[in-house]
Design a protein around this ligand. Sequence first.
Ligand SMILES: *Cc1c(COP(=O)(O)O)cnc(C)c1O
Length: 414
Amino acid sequence: MITKSHCQTLDQNDALAPLRNEFDLPKNVTYLDGNSLGAQPKAALTRAQQVITQEWGQDLIRSWNSAGWFDMPSRLGDMLAPLIGANPAEVVVTDSTSVNLFKALAAALHLQAELHPHKKIIVSERSNFPTDLYMVQGLTQWLDRGYRLELVDSPEQLNSAINEHVAVALLTHVNYRTGEMLDMTSLTTHIHAQGALAIWDLCHSAGAVPVELNAANADFAIGCTYKYLNGGPGSPAFIWVAERHLAKFTHPLSGWWGHTAPFAMQPEFTPTASIRRALCGTQPMISLALVETGLAVFKKTSMTALREKSLALTDLFIQLVEQRCANHPLGLVTPRSHSKRGSHVSFTHPHAYPIIQALIERGIIGDYREPAVLRFGFTPLYTGFVDVWNAVEALRDILDTQAYQINATRHAVT
Ligand SMILES: *Cc1c(COP(=O)(O)O)cnc(C)c1O
């Protein structure tokens, strides 16, 4: 049986433990929802203050040059690149994941329409995050060129569903609900063998697990910065385009920030040669500046070290729940195999929603996902092993004493 003192020893021997000091977290809270909204880097407050009082307040419009505002989407892309196995010139931070998905899909369909006009199928998973599927539906219905979205019910069906009729496979690397991680390299190889293109959604991967986009030979990728990258609520997302596709990367959101010479104020749109062609219009500078403070923390460690701790945390959580809550109807949804596990763990329980509410009342913040899923994110930058112990103890007590109200009202955001 694992004991609390064992968890304390793990914390004492944890080389990453000091990184928690980079974040402002409330006392008496065990935060296991950094996969949905990352914690606040301490540097964010000073940086926001600097942008507002100095760069905006005093320097005003000069800051587009003097404070590097105009370059910020590419500069942040350069900082992010090593975390996802990309080259600096391939990534920008801009817009939302949903909007970037629209651009990547439009570009991919455009490339395929030239090469393989008969390919009309887009494959994804039914369990993908809904906005990804909604964006595909929106774009293809609007294009009205016979594209069809085909959804598989499990990752095992992907290989057979991705056949010679498929134009694009839109896959989320780590599933938001189950925490299951797909094999990016082998799937991308299969996708290419069928003449299709691969768009990878990295929302639950960037900053959570090592990602090697170029080594996997992926085509396009998108992802959030407000989850594991700690960029702040609603902070702009990223878009990655493999260098080999850049010259032909075109999308319909051809705003002036993607122009080769935005301030030439020409009436004709000529895309810039660089990854900045993925930009559309003026970006939210305060929010972008905060993304920098989130990314800066990653310079103090490596994805290899973070991955090792993440697996230790999720292993410990699974073991403790199975030892200490054994007589309750909890079902592990997340794969046990390390090669298939992201950085969060989900369990089903018939009363999952009220249980999560009871946990939150005790300061253990996880979240609920349909249907009947308790979801716990483990962010090795600021989560420790005693945090895991405390979370499981609270869960065990709530289950043993049935300290949850079955009719708990649902909030708008679960
Ligand atoms: C969180 C998440 C999103 C969110 O998209 P937004 O445009 O930022 O709202 C999209 N896709 C996946 C897979 C996610 O996990």
